[in-house]
Design a protein around this ligand. Sequence first.
Ligand SMILES: [Fe+2]
Length: 107
Amino acid sequence: MGFDQYHEPANELSQETRTFARIIASLKEECEAIGWYEQRISVEQDPDAKKIMQHSQEEEFLHFSMDLEFLLRRNPKWRVAAKNVLFHEGDIIENAEQGEEAEDKLK
Ligand SMILES: [Fe+2]
């Protein structure tokens, strides 16, 4: 991966910000893996191979979720936004707008 997760000089970033950036990079990788498995599963003809890929994708769901939870715990505004959008029925955009209002209240 190298150091391309940083957009500012790494030596100017706090340890906390570097850790945050590393988990963001990990989150992106887990997300990509989920998408790649989705494509592989959709075209795989061998049922045993398909089951292995499905199992692997389920692992990636957990990895992604752990990364996301870590980030949400470190960023209160993001957590508030996510609380308003995730795991709610109804219109996603309306829920997001409520999340935006909740974020503004944290200022
Ligand atoms: Fe993973």
